[in-house]
Design a protein. Structure first.
Length: 78
């Protein structure tokens, strides 16, 4: 969240966080919602999202822990 990012920067900065950066973080958080970060050990990108649908539906791929990040991107859990 924006609050978490502000706290992180305040804890790790040797100087006060510049006001323009504070405003930028708040503006981006308002416009784009929450930023999510996660780990992935591998990804699959394909311009044909139907092909990715097939991969997700295939029982042989179940052990990979794939999840869809975007219409053309799958990621495996780290």
């Amino acid at each position: 969240s924006a609050a978490d990012l502000h706290a992180f920067l305040a804890r790790h900065s040797r100087t006060p966080v510049p006001q323009p950066l504070t405003y930028l973080i708040d503006d981006v958080a308002r416009r784009h919602g929450r930023l999510r970060v996660g780990a992935a050990s591998a990804y699959v990108r394909c311009d044909d999202d139907a092909t990715l649908d097939e991969i997700l539906a295939d029982k042989r791929a179940a052990g990979l822990g794939l999840r869809r990040l975007a219409p053309t991107v799958l990621a495996a859990q780290a």
